[in-house]
Design a protein around this ligand. Structure first.
Ligand code: COA
Ligand code: AMP
Length: 636
C-alpha cells in the first residue's frame, strides 16, 4: 500500500485546527468546542475549549448504544492465577456503572482524586473507567513502587478514595499490597476517607473497620440493587487522570491528562498509526501503572471499539518464552505493543524461536515497540521470527501517545533500524543546540517540539504549573523540551540517542537516578554518592551506584552495599532494580564540584571516553576504573 503519511502530515501542518477538528468528529461530545484550540488559555494553549464530554461514555456506553454490547471489550489472561475471562461492552457498562455507584456512595464526585494501586486485574480498568464516568480524576500507581513512593503520590493527589487489592502476583512470589498501602497511608499527611480493597484468593488481607471496604461485596451489592451511574459530562479541558512519572528529584512529576484532547488523539492513532479496525483485538503488554497501559490497555482500544487484552504475566517464566505467542494465537491478537526488553527476554530464552512454531500467528499483523531505545539486533530478530512489520516508536508519559512512529494505518514507510520513525501529525520536531539554534541534519542536539503540543499532551503538572514551565518550556522558548537528545536524518527520520537529564530506562520503566541518590545519601554512613545507568543486555539499562563512606566509617563495604541495596528497594521499590553499589574513595568532579556521572557511565560501559577538560583530579577516574573492573564492569 502506498503511504499517505506525507500528505497527511502536510495537511496537518497547513491547518492544524482543521486536522484536529476533523479527528474530533470521531468522538461523541455533549457540547461541541467553542474553539478547537485556544492559544491564550493554560500555559501554552488548550485543546477543545468549551466542549463537554465523558471519556467513559466514549469507551463503553456508546458501543452498547450502537448495538455492539455483545462484542468483547476486555480479555483477561492471567497465567499467574491460571485464569482467563472476557467481558463484553455490555458487561463493562454494568460493572463500571455499579463501581461508580459505590464510589459515589463514598463521596466521590467530579474533580475528586482517586488513587488506584492495583495489579493487572480487570477491576483496575473498571476503576479507571468508573472515575472517568464520575468525572473524578484517577491516579494509578504502579504496583512495583514501595510505600514511600505511594505516600508521596497520596500527599500530592490528596485522594478521597483509594482502590487497591490484597496482593499482586509476580513469577516467584506474592506481593502483599495491603501492608504497603497501610504504611503509605500512615506516612502520608493526606488521609483518604475510604479504601476499596479487592480480596484475591492467592493472599487475602485484613480490612480496617471504618476505613476499608470489600470491593467485591460492595460492587456485587450495587449490581444486585441495579445500581448504576450516568456518565457525568465534564469539560474537555478537565483532568481525566494524573500519572506520576520520574523527574530529576525524588518528587515525581504529576503529568495531567485532559479528557477531550486525549480521546481525539488516541482515537486517531488506532486506525492511522496502528492500522487497527473496531472489533479487532489489540494487546499492549505493559502495565496499567505506566502511560502505555493507560493509553493502550485501557483507553485507546476501547474508544475505538476494539477488544483489549489485559495480561497478568511476563514474557518469560509464565510459564515459558512462548507465552506471548500463546496469547496472540488464543485471543486472535492483530497488533501487539510492548517494550523491547520483553523481546530481549524472549530471545535470550528461545534464540531460535522454536516455541513460535507451536502457535498460529496468521492473524497477527504488526509489533510495536516503545519505552526505550530498540536495539537493531532485537528488532531484526523479531522481524525474522514474526515475518511482519516491527515498528519502533518514540513516546513520553507527557505526550500520552507516540511522537514519532512508522504509521501502519497510513501506509508503512521504509523501515530504518535504529530510528523510531518520523514525526506524527501534531508534532513539529526540531533539533537544536544548547542555545536553541537549529542544527544541521544528522547532527546530534536537543530534541524539541514546537508548541503547542498536540491533543493529549500534558497541559501542566498537577499542583505544579511553575515546575511545568521550568522543566519543559523555559529552556527553549516557544518549544517543549523533550529532555531527549538525538538527530534527524535528511529524510525526516528521528534517532533518539539518550536523555539529557538523569532519567534512565530500566526494562522500559522510567526511573530517576537523582531519586536513588537521595535515598543512598540518607544512609548515616554515606558521605556522598552517585548513580548512573549502565548498559544491560536484558533490561537496556540498570542503575549502578557509587558511594563514598563517611570519614571514620570502618565497615565491611559488602555489608554497607547490602544495606544500600535494601534501602533503595524499601524506599523506591523493587522496580528500581538497584543491585550494585560500588565503594569508592572519592567521586570524580569538575573544578566547580559537578560529579562527572557521564564519564563514570562510559567507564562502566567500557565505552570510549575523553578526560573532561574541567576535571579537578584526573587520578580519580583511574580509581573508578579499578573499582569497576574489580566488580566486572567495563574496566578502564
Ligand atoms: N508489583 C510488584 N513488584 C513488581 C511489579 C509489580 N507490578 N512489577 C515488577 N516488580 C518487581 C519484579 O518482581 C522484580 O523484583 P525482583 O527484584 O524481586 O526480581 C523487580 O520489580 C524488577 O522488575 P522488572 O524490571 O519488571 O524485571 P523482571 O526481572 O521481573 O522481568 C522482564 C524482566 C524483561 C521480563 C520484564 O521487565 C518485562 O516483562 N518487561 C516488560 C516491559 C514493560 O512492561 N514495560 C512497560 C513500558 S511499555
Ligand atoms: P516514559 O515517560 O516512561 O514513556 O519514558 C519516556 C522516555 O523513554 C523518553 O523520553 C525516551 O528517553 C525513552 N523512550 C521511549 N520510547 C523510546 C524509543 N522508541 N526510543 C528511544 N527512547 C525511547
Amino acid at each position: 500500500m502506498a503511504t499517505s503519511y506525507h500528505e497527511t502530515y502536510a495537511g496537518w501542518k497547513a491547518d492544524p485546527e482543521a486536522f484536529w477538528a476533523q479527528a474530533a468528529e470521531e468522538i461523541d461530545w455533549v457540547d461541541p468546542a467553542s474553539r478547537v484550540f485556544a492559544p491564550d488559555s493554560g500555559l501554552y494553549g488548550r485543546w477543545f475549549e468549551g466542549a463537554s464530554c465523558n471519556t467513559c461514555w466514549n469507551c463503553v456506553d456508546r458501543h452498547v448504544e450502537a448495538g455492539h454490547g455483545d462484542r468483547t471489550a476486555l480479555i483477561y489472561d492471567s497465567p499467574v492465577t491460571d485464569t482467563k475471562s472476557t467481558y463484553s461492552f455490555a458487561d463493562m457498562q454494568r460493572r463500571v456503572g455499579a463501581l461508580a455507584a459505590v464510589m459515589r456512595a463514598h463521596g466521590v464526585g467530579p474533580g475528586d482524586r482517586v488513587i488506584i494501586y492495583m495489579p493487572m486485574v480487570p477491576q483496575a480498568v473498571f476503576a479507571m473507567l468508573a472515575c472517568a464516568r464520575l468525572g473524578a480524576v484517577h491516579s494509578v500507581v504502579f504496583g512495583g513502587f514501595a510505600a514511600r513512593e505511594l505516600a508521596t503520590r497520596i500527599d500530592d493527589a490528596a485522594p478521597k478514595l483509594i482502590i487497591s487489592a490484597s496482593c499482586g502476583i509476580e513469577v516467584q512470589r506474592i506481593v502483599p499490597y495491603k501492608p504497603l498501602l497501610d504504611e503509605a497511608i500512615e506516612i502520608a499527611a493526606a488521609k483518604p476517607e475510604t479504601c476499596l480493597i479487592l480480596q484475591r484468593d492467592a493472599h487475602r488481607c485484613e480490612l480496617i473497620p471504618g476505613r476499608d471496604v470489600d470491593f467485591d461485596e460492595a460492587v456485587d451489592a450495587a449490581l444486585d440493587a441495579g445500581g448504576t451511574t450516568e456518565c457525568v459530562p465534564v469539560a474537555a479541558t478537565d483532568p481525566l487522570y494524573i500519572l506520576y512519572t520520574s523527574g530529576t528529584t525524588g518528587q515525581p512529576k504529576g503529568v495531567v491528562r485532559d479528557n477531550g484532547g486525549h480521546m481525539v488523539a488516541l482515537k486517531w492513532s488506532m486506525r492511522n498509526l496502528y492500522g487497527v479496525e473496531p472489533g479487532e483485538v489489540f494487546w499492549a503488554a505493559s502495565d496499567v501503572g505506566w502511560v502505555v497501559g493507560h493509553s493502550y490497555i485501557c483507553y485507546a482500544p476501547l474508544l475505538h471499539g476494539c477488544a483489549t487484552v489485559l495480561y497478568e504475566g511476563k514474557p518469560v517464566g509464565t510459564p515459558d518464552a512462548g507465552a506471548f505467542w500463546r496469547v496472540i494465537d488464543e485471543h486472535r491478537v492483530s497488533v501487539l505493543f510492548t517494550a523491547p526488553t520483553a523481546f530481549r527476554a524472549i530471545r535470550k530464552e528461545d534464540p531460535d524461536g522454536a516455541l513460535i512454531k507451536n502457535y498460529d500467528l496468521s492473524g497477527f499483523r504488526a509489533l510495536f515497540l516503545a519505552g526505550e531505545r530498540s536495539d537493531p539486533a532485537t528488532l531484526q530478530w523479531a522481524e525474522a521470527q514474526l515475518g511482519c512489520p516491527v515498528i519502533d516508536h518514540w513516546w513520553q508519559t507527557e505526550t500520552g501517545w507516540a511522537i514519532t512512529a512508522n504509521p501502519v494505518g497510513l501506509g508503512l514507510l521504509p523501515t530504518r533500524h535504529g530510528s523510531p520513525g518520523v514525526a506524527m501529525p501534531g508534532y513539529n520536531i526540531q533539533v537544536v543546540d544548547d542555545d536553541g539554534k537549529p542544527v544541521a541534519a544528522e547532527t546530534l542536539g536537543n530534541i524539541v517540539v514546537k508548541l503547542p503540543l498536540p491533543p493529549s499532551g500534558t497541559p501542566t503538572l498537577w499542583n505544579a504549573p511553575e515546575r511545568f514551565q521550568n522543566a519543559y518550556l523555559d529552556e527553549f522558548p516557544g518549544y517543549y523540551a523533550t529532555s531527549d537528545a538525538g538527530f534527524v536524518d535528511k529524510d525526516g527520520y528521528i534517532f533518539i540517542m539518550s536523555r539529557t537529564d538523569d532519567i534512565i530506562n530500566v526494562a522500559g520503566h522510567r526511573l530517576s537516578t537523582g531519586a536513588m541518590e537521595e535515598v543512598i545519601a540518607s544512609h548515616a554512613d554515606v558521605a556522598e554518592c552517585a548513580v548512573v545507568g549502565t548498559a544491560d543486555a536484558l533490561k537496556g539499562q540498570i542503575p549502578l551506584g557509587f558511594f563514598v563512606p563517611n570519614d571514620g566509617v570502618d565497615r565491611d563495604p559488602v555489608d554497607l552495599e547490602k544495606e544500600l541495596v535494601a534501602l533503595v528497594r524499601e524506599k523506591i521499590g523493587p522496580v528500581a532494580a538497584f543491585k550494585t553499589a560500588v565503594r569508592v574513595a572519592r567521586l570524580p568532579k569538575t573544578r566547580s564540584g559537578k560529579v562527572l556521572r557521564g564519564t563514570m557511565q562510559k567507564i562502566a560501559d567500557g565505552a570510549e571516553w575523553k578526560m573532561p577538560a574541567a576535571i579537578d583530579d584526573p587520578d580519580i577516574l583511574s580509581e573508578i576504573g579499578d573499582a569497576l573492573a574489580a566488580r566486572g564492569f567495563g574496566g578502564k
